[in-house]
Design a protein around this ligand. Structure first.
Ligand code: NDP
Length: 247
């Protein structure tokens, strides 16, 4: 087991990539703190992981809630810190910028950027004190490219990539490594967060169309484990993982 004796906090563990990563890290021996807003989903997952012999804490929190994230930080400190953060929670209510859906812009910025920063802040000082830690941020292929109707989402993911690369440079001398994972199209519940009916239908068509077999959440979890499993002198700075057919 590659992660025996390690403890990881996974945000957005109630579905998709976060859930698959929780299962894989538990299989590799890690104890876990799993967080999201949907408590029932987290409890079911926790039962499954505990049955594998892992120690699991459920933390129900909205990552955009600064005070809530400070409470998780305190819980983590009480438990003696975590070795690994999988900064995964994210949302994608996309629409053309020219439609001016300001509430959705704020939701993406608050969740995908501020949430990522709050989580980093919750774990970093503990990792730096121990001179060892690993922060994995999940951005997207949209951290490199832009797509019509996805300008704000893409902006948030460009921000995550920039934050990851800066943090990598700042934190490495304190023993904390950083990886930015950039998934292409993955079969998850993410398109359900699109409130714009036409765009949601179009994205689902694309994502689930016969001609474009998507990645599965496990494919991204495998990439995360690859990064985490490298020896201490190796930094997997970025990992772009796409379905073969995706541009
Ligand atoms: P899912 O919708 O399946 O999972 C998103 C997770 O984030 C859920 O567990 C959800 O839990 C959590 N979440 C969303 N908003 C919040 C919030 N405000 N506070 C706390 N938790 C929140 O999608 P994916 O697994 O696909 O997404 C995971 C990450 O991967 C995201 O950052 C996404 O942007 C990124 N990504 C996904 C791609 C894809 O094609 N699927 C491609 C590229 C990147 P809950 O609702 O219970 O709070």
């Amino acid at each position: 087991m590659k992660l025996k004796g390690k403890k990881a906090w996974i945000t957005g563990a109630s579905s998709g990539i976060g859930q698959a990563t929780a299962r894989l890290l538990a299989t590799e021996g890690a104890d876990l703190i799993i967080s999201a807003r949907r408590e029932e989903r987290l409890k079911e997952l926790a039962d499954e992981l505990r049955a594998m012999g892992r120690d699991v804490t459920v933390a129900v929190v909205d990552v955009s809630d600064r005070k809530g994230m400070e409470r998780v930080a305190a819980l983590i400190a009480d438990q003696g810190g975590v070795d690994i953060l999988i900064n995964n929670a994210g949302t994608m209510p996309i629409s053309p910028i020219i439609n001016g859906r300001v509430d959705e812009w704020e939701q993406m910025i608050d969740t995908n950027i501020k949430g990522v920063l709050y989580a980093i802040n919750a774990v970093y000082s503990g990792m730096a004190e121990r001179k060892e830690g690993y922060i994995v941020n999940i951005s997207s292929v949209a951290a490199r490219l832009t797509y019509q109707s996805a300008g704000v989402y893409s902006g948030t993911k460009h921000a995550v990539r920039a934050i990851s690369d800066t943090l990598r440079k700042e934190a490495i001398r304190f023993g904390v490594r950083v990886t930015d994972i950039q998934p292409g199209s993955v079969d998850t519940e993410l398109p359900d967060s699109i409130a714009h009916d036409k765009i949601r239908a179009a994205v689902k068509d694309n994502m689930y169309g016969e001609n474009m077999p998507n990645l599965q959440p496990e494919d991204i979890a495998n990439g995360i484990l690859y990064a985490l499993s490298q020896p201490a002198y190796v930094d997997v700075s970025e990992l772009l993982i796409r379905p073969v057919i995706q541009e």
